[in-house]
Design a protein around this ligand. Sequence first.
Ligand SMILES: Cc1ncc(COP(=O)(O)O)c(C=O)c1O
Length: 394
Amino acid sequence: MSTALVDYCRSELEALRSARTFKKERVLEGPTGARVRVDGRDVLMLTSNNYLGFANHPRIVEAARKALGRWGNGLGSVRFICGTQELHKELERTISAFFGTEDTILYMSCWNANEGLFQPLLSEEDAILTDGLNHASIIDGIRLCKAKRFVLPHGDLAASEKALQEAQACRRRLYMTDGVFSMEGEVGPIPQLVELCARYDATLVVDDSHATGVLGATGRGSAEELGAMGKVPVFTSTLGKAMGSAAGGFTTGPGPLVELLRQRSRTTLFSNALPPAVTASSLEAFRMLMEDPSPVRKLRENARYFRERMAAEGFDIPKGVHPIVPVIVGDTARALAMSAALFEKGVYVSGFGFPVVPQGHARLRCQISAVHSTADLDEAVDAFRAVGKEFGAI
Ligand SMILES: Cc1ncc(COP(=O)(O)O)c(C=O)c1O
């Protein structure tokens, strides 16, 4: 057997370790919530997408448990062969009602939704315009499609307009943006993009993975947040963050577009159906949010409180409203060392450095949840103050 490939892997891993960018998994000893158990200790969880605290909510867990009894563990099939249950249809109808769209298609993840989106809809004669900071799944999805690509400087509306003008020569235009940019907690300029896309006959698609259940008065996401609800024709989003935190994703939009994805999108055609327990728990998450959006208000209030307290301590925090609160600390080694020191003080928060974020902008990415109490947030600020001073970040 040739050892060339394994030798290559070994040397790459060594390089990652010496650059201190090797990612080590921490093993949780129980479910996730405001606190988690790791290495025999309870620590404050400040780095999870469990925005609404639904990950281990009794109603969500019970919905999954009941679905296992009623619908079984899985279908052993992709959707179009023999993998569709009434449960899938019900979740798709519920998501469409939530967004005010015509139809929805579920995927195993939003990664799959994005990867399977472009190739069925666009070909050589068409154009995709994409924000330069869009999620990796969008980048990979676009790579699978032969349309002409316009990669736009992040958030640059003038460049977007220029590209849209150039793309008038193409047959169809699709403009893709994250609703919330996940390293920044920054909400995209949705109303301006709605307007630009209308002017240049392009279809706007917003990946609202960090906005569904998070932004807007009722958790309907970035468009609701910015007063553009009903004006974005297509959304992709995840069920793995606010909406139950397990797995799953979807594309929701005009009926014919979603139906064509059902017919041609390779990540649904050649991949198993979403398991019943996950489908049912996500359905319960939408029901809970539609019955009572107060956790979204609590999340907002928690994010505001933490942002204000951290800024008052002197930390460098980009302005915003989102529960992703990046604490910029400079270089990657410092971010990782601070993350380790915070963990020692009982606060679990991840550090991100180059190449995930630009050189010199390494950060600790805090993520606030509706289930954090004020005492939890105060505890996090106290730990940050101590570690920030120790590392010269404040
Ligand atoms: C903007 C965005 N899109 C897509 C995804 C992928 O979502 P999933 O975990 O459902 O594959 C993520 C997850 O990190 C994300 O942040």
